[in-house]
Design a protein around this ligand. Structure first.
Ligand SMILES: Cc1cc2nc3c(=O)[nH]c(=O)nc-3n(C[C@H](O)[C@H](O)[C@H](O)COP(=O)(O)O)c2cc1C
Length: 253
């Protein structure tokens, strides 16, 4: 087999093969939970209700035109309203469909929404530095833990960046999206994995455009240390693992 063959085949549609698969859904196995559970004793932070007043640049044409990957950030903090907006724009819940699946601000194959959002919060008004998880149903943050030497850890996680070394630690917040693949595998089996990758691209693009609309800049980060970030976030690396990162900070004037 050629060096790329297996990976290229992964990019192709296997829908005709998939049609013959008896999925866990067809077998009647229980549907996976739509969001990750959490302990009732967790420390929660209320997010302000998402409000369009936070948007400084509402013109979608201009946003698409001006969007650039931003790797230099101002010292300014993001406000809690702005963070609330970015979370809503990337994973916010707009309703549920007949099958009880969440409909969100981003499209997703079969509304399976396999992602969880973790935040490395460095500079957000009113929130202590630390690691948090977004709870999209409640639109709240769950405080996970304070990460000692956060900037060094973020540096180590984001490896040797080819454009601007060590930029992620200077962001106000670094988003880390994990996937729980079984949410899609239950329904799509061998077709799930390509879909999950396409789905995350939609999430990242919303982070880019929403950031641009509040005079912040975002940069997607695909170069990262898989084992290290999974270990830092306490993910098992199999049933749940990080898939993509996005750094956001206020733009320099
Ligand atoms: C899948 C993906 C992975 C990326 N990974 C990184 C990364 O690890 N580091 C980085 O500095 N930029 C990363 N980027 C940003 C690209 O380098 C950037 O989009 C590209 O250079 C084009 O620039 P533009 O976004 O300003 O149009 C990534 C973008 C995508 C879509």
């Amino acid at each position: 087999m050629g060096r790329y063959e297996q990976q290229r085949n992964f990019l192709k549609s296997n829908f005709l093969e998939f049609k013959h698969v008896k999925t866990d859904k067809i077998k009647g196995l229980p549907k996976p939970a739509i969001v990750k559970p959490y302990s009732s004793s967790s420390v929660m932070i209320d997010l302000p209700e998402c409000n369009e007043d936070v948007v400084k640049k509402p013109n979608i044409y201009e946003l698409i035109k001006q969007r650039r990957s931003t790797r230099f950030y101002a010292e300014d903090r993001l406000s809690l309203e702005e963070l609330s907006y970015l979370l809503w724009a990337t994973q916010g819940i707009a309703g549920t469909n007949k099958a009880g699946l969440t409909l969100r601000t981003v499209p997703c194959s079969g509304a399976t929404h396999t992602f969880e959002t973790y935040l490395f919060i460095m500079r957000v008004e009113g929130i202590a530095q630390g690691i948090y998880r977004y709870l999209p149903v409640e639109h709240k943050l769950l405080f996970m833990f304070d990460l000692e030497e956060m900037d060094q850890k973020v540096d180590a996680i984001t490896l040797e960046q080819p454009f601007v070394p060590n930029f992620a630690k200077k962001a106000a917040v670094m988003f880390a999206w994990s996937t729980i693949p079984y949410r899609s595998e239950w329904k799509y089996d061998i077709s799930a994995h390509k879909k999950i990758l396409i789905d995350i691209g939609h999430v990242s693009q919303n982070l880019y455009l929403a950031s641009e609309s509040i005079d912040a800049g975002a940069c997607a980060i695909g170069i990262y240390d898989q084992n290290l970030i999974d270990e830092v976030l306490g993910l098992d690396g199999d049933e749940e693992f990080v898939l993509f990162l996005g750094a956001v900070g206020k733009k320099r004037k």
